[in-house]
Design a binder for this molecule. Structure first.
Ligand SMILES: [Zn+2]
Length: 168
């Protein structure tokens, strides 16, 4: 099986409500997500579809350490609505859009719907297992430096520290 271009990113149920967006002030999240979207140049970096910058979603990508149960911010990407729907296919399922999302998953990855179904079923199993644990969220300020000027990042450190998510 070749590497997938578009993978689901099911966030464990136990950390649905903690993310960078919820930690920053609305104003600061707006500044950051704007910078992320501008980075895309109006093209979804996953499927390559043209999309006006204001229509792209700033998506937080997380890495999971299944031994320590720590969740790390890896990057933030400006992606199109369809790809974002696949990332959060659990939500798409609740919204009655599972088939639409699975078809996009199959099309972008250039695999059959059956292969896609198998991969997504496995992703849900991993999600189920991860949802049984509490996760510690960790944010490395260096990730934010990819998108924002140093002084902005420095001004966020105290808040990250207060919220207990600063990776030292
Ligand atoms: Zn896309």
């Amino acid at each position: 099986m070749h590497k997938l271009i578009l993978e689901t990113e099911l966030v464990p149920e136990t950390c649905w409500y903690t993310n960078l967006r919820s930690i920053l002030t609305p104003k600061n999240w707006k500044m950051l997500s704007q910078a992320v979207r501008e980075r895309s140049g109006g093209i979804c970096p996953i499927c390559g579809m043209e999309a006006p910058m204001e229509e792209l979603d700033a998506h937080e990508t997380w890495g999971y350490n299944d031994i320590t149960h720590e969740q790390y911010l890896e990057k933030i990407v400006g992606i199109c609505d369809n790809c974002h729907m696949v990332k959060h296919i659990g939500k798409a399922n609740v919204d009655g859009l599972y088939d639409v999302a699975r078809e996009w998953h199959a099309a972008v990855n250039d695999i059959s719907v059956e292969e896609s179904e198998e991969i997504i079923t496995n992703d849900f199993q991993v999600w189920k297992e991860r949802s049984q644990h509490n996760w510690r969220l960790l944010i490395d300020p260096n990730v934010l430096l990819e998108y924002m000027p140093r002084e902005w990042v420095v001004s966020q450190i105290e808040r990250l520290e207060e919220k207990g998510v600063l990776l030292k």
